[in-house]
Design a protein around this ligand. Structure first.
Ligand code: GRF
Length: 296
């Protein structure tokens, strides 16, 4: 198994937030009760004053403050609630505490975070200031699986925005936030459809001779290849995955790569190329795209 998803039923999601909660708002809007992908059933905060809690209450979603009295007690309470509510996927959205290795391990592959930079660049705090100091021409945001490091886990999806002359940390933050409000729900749909997952033993077995090639890819390249592996598997073509990843899989591999690209970012040239593939490949690809739908 590459991923614990898709579940075959709507997912139950929890969001953990420490502050104003604009990303939470975007997630509440994208995943309301009755949504076929799933719904946000619980919002947790370490900060009783967090505006995020009000946003949840306003929408009738259970909102619980667990005031921070140390990691151990916070995590024990959070874990009990997540279990009691049958949560499948936990989304950190401006959650300002580091979680323990035990908590992260228990949720690995089902715990996501959003970080306002193009990881692995600029992990940590004061991101926009540092991006400006670094003279970057481009920045963005990353949704990633949480692992035991800080902002280091496998990438699900990234989005980019330009840095413009005259930008301040505030203008940059606004631009990146606007991007994030579309990026996070889309990343969640990729995870829920089984097209984004952390590389594990199942993948190693599936990739076979292509595993070393995969391991040599950069953290930003890997998600594309993971989507290709997942798409080909979903199409009943597991045997073709190693060749596809080595650039030798023929039309099906090409169709999977084009679809995998388009799932992250729409591009007319790639759609055009897809339209010219044999019909059976094209139909599968279109079905894959419809499954995650919604352009960024
Ligand atoms: C976002 O920029 C997110 O990337 C980072 O914290 C910020 C939270 O903003 N992790 P908000 O609370 O969602 O408005």
């Amino acid at each position: 198994m590459l991923s614990p998803f898709p579940l075959g039923r709507p997912a139950r999601m929890a969001v953990m937030a420490s502050g104003r909660g604009t990303n939470l708002e975007a997630l509440l809007e994208a995943f309301p009760p009755g949504n076929p992908w799933g719904e946000v059933v619980l919002v947790l905060s370490d900060n009783p004053e967090a505006y995020a809690l009000k946003r949840a209450e306003r929408r009738g979603v259970e909102a619980v403050a667990i005031p921070w009295r140390g990691r151990r007690s916070f995590e024990a309470e959070a874990q009990a609630l997540l279990r009691a509510r049958g949560v499948d996927l936990v989304l950190l959205a401006g959650f300002m505490r580091l979680l323990s290795p035990g908590f992260v391990e228990a949720w690995y592959g089902r715990l996501l975070n959003i970080h306002p930079s193009l990881l692995p660049d600029y992990p940590g705090l004061r991101v926009h200031e540092r991006v400006l100091e670094g003279g970057e021409k481009e920045t963005g945001s990353t949704v990633h699986f949480v692992d035991q490091g800080m902002d280091t886990g496998p990438i699900v999806l990234q989005g980019r925005v330009p840095v413009l002359p005259g930008d301040t940390p505030e203008t940059l933050e606004r631009r990146v936030l606007f991007l994030e409000h579309r990026l996070y729900p889309k990343a969640v749909r990729l995870v829920l459809s089984g097209l984004a997952f952390p590389p594990g033993e199942g993948l190693k077995a599936l990739l076979g001779e292509a595993w070393p090639r995969f391991q040599g890819l950069s953290p930003r390249e890997k998600p594309l290849y993971l989507r290709v592996a997942a798409l080909l598997s979903a199409w009943g073509l597991r045997d073709r995955v190693p060749a596809a990843l080595l650039g030798q899989g023929g039309d099906w591999a090409r169709g999977a790569f084009l679809t995998a690209h388009l799932l992250a970012e729409d591009h007319p040239a790639l759609r055009q190329e897809l339209a010219q593939l044999p019909e059976e490949v094209r139909l599968r690809a279109e079905e894959g795209l419809r499954r995650v739908e919604l352009p960024l």
